[in-house]
Write a protein that binds this ligand. Structure first.
Ligand SMILES: Cc1cc2nc3c(=O)[nH]c(=O)nc-3n(C[C@H](O)[C@H](O)[C@H](O)COP(=O)(O)OP(=O)(O)OC[C@H]3O[C@@H](n4cnc5c(N)ncnc54)[C@H](O)[C@@H]3O)c2cc1C
Length: 430
């Protein structure tokens, strides 16, 4: 960390914790709880280490903090709720009137819960237009855990044990967020496989509503991650931005292309559902660059609004973490993407110290980009995946495999850098 700091490079510390379905199968419930608590403790230690320097981040894979089955079930529920919304949105304008919402509730719960409708509708329809759009609908689930629990009970037969596990997960995450706030460290929530991702997004949004209040002096604590290789990523990005904006919370995200392409494609093929990933690299690039442009244009809009406000009330505030509802990290090794983003930042006159935009690369990859950005005063970070050697090496090897199968001409340089990194760690281990 201190070596990087000398070159004006910050650190993202990421304990190498991986989780997937059918993992932990042989453990008893008590052993699983113990394992998840140990992982939470590891993240707490990680926050304290990261705090030794100012403005550092930690990266959290939240599926490591509870039974992966919970994330899968919640994701299935959230996906089917989206489909149900579409079924009742007769004119496909993305909005439901109250009578449609009532029919939707009856479809989910039967007649038994219709008494909830009035309360839910009035609480959600904050602009009193008597319509519920997709963002309001999502907010119902974010606000009211009882409704979500009722739905999960119905749709996935969630039992008491799973319910307790879910609550424990939220308690663990709450403790991490409070500690991060205390130590002034920010939390990046890593994105994972698409069958977990709706639940990760859901939890990240709940935490953002709680820990990214626009009035917080130190700026947002929670950064979610958007994987732009997914076909639905642009609409998810816009939904999350709009939801947090409406609720006076800061939208903060790490933009990545996505690391699970091989597994995603083969799972979709094997189970016979549409491939969620863009068909080719060009579409992923377009989607990623489009997301950077979308967020930069929102940033510019915020800057312009602030300038108008300055003129109106005679103040002279610059864009900073106290007045800016949007922060994002361009987490990429793609030179073209990075150059384009730097040019736009310059064109829009966004101050590099505003705390609105960060860049990041993985440790052991594209050092030439990271060091150049650092030496040119751009806020730039290295993501250091650390842990026991047998836990970290698979992460590095996966990167090397990913590069060899799908990267462009940069692959040979990257492969040799990655190989050096693997060898360094093995020598250090000995
Ligand atoms: C700081 C940091 C944090 C990260 N965190 C996460 C995370 O939380 N979750 C996560 O999933 N990944 C994460 N990644 C990895 C990231 O998603 C990419 O795998 C990696 O950065 C390579 O993309 P690139 O933009 O750097 O490079 P590029 O070479 O421009 O892009 C390579 C990427 O393009 C996409 N691609 C390649 N070929 C095709 C094709 N034929 N069709 C469609 N798309 C294709 C893939 O996503 C591939 O990884 C992170 C990366 C960084 C730098």
């Amino acid at each position: 960390m201190s070596k990087l700091k000398k070159h004006q490079i910050g650190t993202i510390l990421g304990p190498s914790i991986e989780s997937d379905l059918n993992q932990n199968g042989s453990l008893s419930d008590a052993e699983k709880d113990m394992k998840f608590n140990q992982i939470a403790d590891e993240y707490l230690k990680c926050i304290k280490t990261a705090s030794k320097q100012s403005n550092n981040f930690i990266a959290v894979k939240i599926t490591g903090l509870s039974d992966p089955g919970i994330f899968k079930n919640l994701s299935l529920t959230l996906n089917s709720l989206n489909e149900i919304f579409d079924q009742f949105d007769n004119d496909q304008d993305g909005k439901l009137v109250k009578s449609d919402l009532k029919k939707l509730f009856i479809k989910i719960f039967g007649e038994s819960e219709t008494h909830l409708i009035d309360k839910v509708f009035d609480k959600t329809d904050s602009n009193y237009d008597r319509l519920i759009d997709r963002i309001d609908y999502y907010k119902i689930l974010l606000n009211d855990q009882n409704i979500l629990r009722l739905i999960m009970n119905k749709s996935t037969k969630m039992n008491q044990k799973m319910d307790n596990n879910f609550n424990q997960l939220l308690v663990r995450l709450d403790e991490l967020c409070k500690t991060a706030r205390q130590y002034k460290v920010k939390i990046l929530i890593d994105a994972e496989q698409s069958y977990f991702q709706p639940s990760i997004d859901y939890i990240a949004m709940r935490l953002s509503l709680r820990y990214n209040n626009l009035l917080d002096e130190d700026g947002p604590i929670i950064f979610n991650t958007h994987q732009m290789y997914r076909k639905d990523s642009a609409s998810r990005l816009q939904r999350d931005y709009e939801l947090l904006r409406r609720n006076k919370s800061v939208f903060a995200t790490k933009l990545v292309r996505g690391a699970y392409i091989v597994g995603e494609r083969s799972r979709a093929k094997k189970l016979g559902y549409p491939d969620p990933i863009h068909d080719n690299k060009e579409s992923t690039n377009k989607s990623y660059n489009g997301a950077v442009e979308f967020l930069l244009s929102k940033l510019y809009e915020n800057k312009r609004n602030l300038e108008v406000k300055n003129v109106n009330d005679g103040s002279s505030h610059d864009l900073n973490v106290r007045n800016n509802p949007l922060e994002f990290m361009i987490a990429s090794h793609n030179q073209e993407t990075i150059i384009k983003a730097c040019e736009k930042l310059d064109q829009f006159g966004i101050d590099l110290n505003s705390g609105a935009v960060y860049f990041a690369q993985l440790y052991g990859m594209c050092d030439q980009i990271t060091y150049t950005l650092g030496h040119s005063d751009y806020p730039v970070y290295k993501y250091i995946a650390y842990g026991k050697v047998n836990e970290v090496i698979p992460f590095l090897v996966r990167r090397a495999q990913e590069n060899s199968s799908i990267f462009d001409g940069r692959a040979t340089v990257e492969q040799s850098m990655l190989w050096n990194e693997i060898v360094n760690r093995l020598i250090f281990w000995k």
